[in-house]
Design a protein around this ligand. Structure first.
Ligand SMILES: Cc1cc2nc3c(=O)[nH]c(=O)nc-3n(CC(O)[C@H](O)[C@H](O)COP(=O)(O)OP(=O)(O)OC[C@H]3O[C@@H](n4cnc5c(N)ncnc54)[C@H](O)[C@@H]3O)c2cc1C
Length: 283
């Protein structure tokens, strides 16, 4: 289906983009259009004007800032996979990103678009949540940060307001204690179950775990039941069994043409276990 008629604009600063968003409640930001254009073609979104971020300088940078990696929202998946800063500080990101589609998609799709779109099957929302990251957004009202824990609230729903531009993604460096697991029918397909685990050993006897799941559930989310079993206990593979069994049972799964809820529950149980073990081995 062809797109409906609409206006297009390409501001050269974040401030200008914010002004344009504030001036028209039906205006919408476009990054690479990989999700937005199909949605528009299906008439699920009818923006009056597209605000293209491609000409705004600084949104494609990846920097090491203290203990964090800062990624501009227009950084592409390919930029992330080719970045020595990411390889050094965020190996989970490098591992997860290998699962995103194919070279053509990775060359254009952006981290900001992926996070703002809030797809439960997206690799970046899950990594951001597992690694306890945050995003920085700007509007005519000013700037604010949103913790990943407060960001993803439902299927394709985030707490970024319609008039806010996502400018930066901040992720704390994590070189150890991480695991990433994804089950897809073929490498590059969206996962049927995605799991990411971060395990901190704050002194060897008191681990702190973030166990997260995507794709099998309606939004990327933590699994508190699994985290509680791991927290405060010395890590041992038996604990991974217990945490994955209880964690997998605690969730509500989606059911679609790729697999029933019951099938996903079984996959999740095993993938959570393996990913916790992987993170444990790396602590
Ligand atoms: C064939 C194909 C296969 C794919 N496979 C995968 C996959 O395996 N895994 C995966 O994670 N993704 C996958 N994707 C999605 C992907 O690569 C993009 O990350 C995602 O579609 C977002 O696209 P985009 O960056 O072009 O953003 P757009 O489509 O331009 O924008 C998406 C949404 O985010 C909003 N938005 C974008 N940027 C900002 C911003 N800076 N501030 C505020 N709002 C913003 C837009 O208004 C829109 O609502 C696939 C895409 C395609 C086409």
């Amino acid at each position: 289906m062809k797109l409906p008629a609409l206006k297009y604009t390409a501001p050269t600063s974040v401030e200008e983009a914010c002004d344009l968003l504030a001036a028209d409640e039906d205006a919408k930001i476009i990054a690479a259009g990989q999700s937005l254009i199909p949605i528009m073609a299906m008439r699920l979104a009818r923006p009056s004007v597209l605000i293209d971020l491609a000409r705004i300088p600084g949104l494609t940078d990846i920097d090491e800032v203290g203990d964090y990696v800062r990624l501009g929202s227009m950084v592409t998946h390919a930029n992330i996979l080719n970045s020595p800063v990411v390889a050094r500080n965020l190996p989970m990101m490098a591992e997860a990103g290998r699962n995103i589609a194919h070279a053509q998609v990775r060359n254009r799709g952006t981290i900001g678009g992926s996070v703002a779109h809030g797809d439960a099957a997206g690799e970046w929302p899950l990594v951001l949540l597992a690694l306890d990251g945050m995003v920085e957004v700007q509007s005519v009202r000013g700037r604010r940060t949103i913790d990943a824990d407060d960001l993803f609230i439902g299927p394709f729903m985030t707490t970024i307001a319609d008039d806010e531009v996502l400018t930066d993604i901040w992720i704390p460096s994590r070189r150890a204690g991480w695991g990433y697991g994804e089950f897809a029918r073929r490498l590059g397909d969206y996962g049927i179950v995605n799991v990411a685990v971060a395990l901190s050993t704050d002194g060897i006897d008191t681990p702190h775990a973030r166990v997260t799941i995507g794709a099998a559930v309606g939004k990327v989310q933590r699994i508190p039941v699994a985290e509680e079993i791991l927290n405060g206990a010395e890590f041992a593979p038996d604990l991974a069994d217990e945490a994955s069994m209880a964690g997998a049972e605690s969730l509500s799964y989606i059911s679609d043409m790729h697999g029933s809820a019951e099938y996903r529950r079984g996959l999740a149980r095993e993938l959570i276990r393996r990913t916790i073990v992987e993170a444990g081995v790396r602590t």
